[in-house]
Write a protein that binds this ligand. Sequence first.
Ligand code: CO8
Length: 258
Amino acid sequence: MNYQFLKIEKPKVGLVLVKINRPQALNALNVDLLRELENCISEAENDPANRILVLTGEGEKAFVAGADIAAMKEYDQPRAEDFSELGQSVFNKFDQSRLITIAAINGFALGGGMELALSCDLRIGSNKAKLGLPEVSLGLIPGFGGTQRLGRLVGVGRAMEIILSGDMISAEEAYRIGIINRISEPEALMDTVWKLTDSILSRGPIAIQEAKRIIKNGIALSPVEGFRIEKLAFAGLFSGKESKEGLGAFLEKRKPNF
Ligand code: CO8
């Protein structure tokens, strides 16, 4: 597919880099851009060689400054419901993908932009980035999953504070409270991302996929059920070649060849 709002690169085998490219509107999300994101993650998943998808914003200033406010100004209730449903379903694809999804937050990640980052598995931030869910200052609430995902990540108390105040927080603060996993100087952002992706790419591909699946599925389960699916997935890994190679390589004091 030809993309109007996305630039797609393949910096390394196993990796897809997606740049959201609408810098004149600080990469704000409209319906067409959301549909392109949906399509690009499906395309990336369809290539079995791909293991990680990294999402970032084009331009110096923004990862994504939110849903498109000019478009939303025209919405009535049914269109708002459709828009929320579309955003939630696209972001769920990032959340549930077999690929590891990483947001490289190069600038403003506000509203729908922060919600998109929250739907990724990992978040790496430039120390100049600013994050926030400012919807209440527009008379709205987060509508792309933010009310549900933020509390699960950082606890309900901090989620309440961020959502009810509508204030932006610095990348340092986001790092301190666990929204951002790793933080770097702006010019070193992608090197910081590549360091993490190199680690992930060097590990057992099936183990990585299973670890993500069990963490994500466990969130909705009781601890007892969670332990049960962990046990089954753990044992399942013994039926394939990957764990034999990993365990054998350790004992033979060599690097595994996954
Ligand atoms: N939507 C549309 N256009 C935007 C957006 C946006 N979210 N953010 C910035 N832009 C545009 C500006 O209008 C401006 O355009 P122009 O040059 O044509 O005037 C251009 O981008 C540059 O922006 P600024 O001049 O404002 O740049 P500043 O450096 O002065 O400010 C800010 C940067 C602080 C990021 C500022 O642009 C801002 O506050 N943006 C809006 C942030 C915001 O409120 N985001 C939340 C939006 S609501 C949301 O995301 C809800 C998600 C769930 C939806 C569910 C639907 C039912």
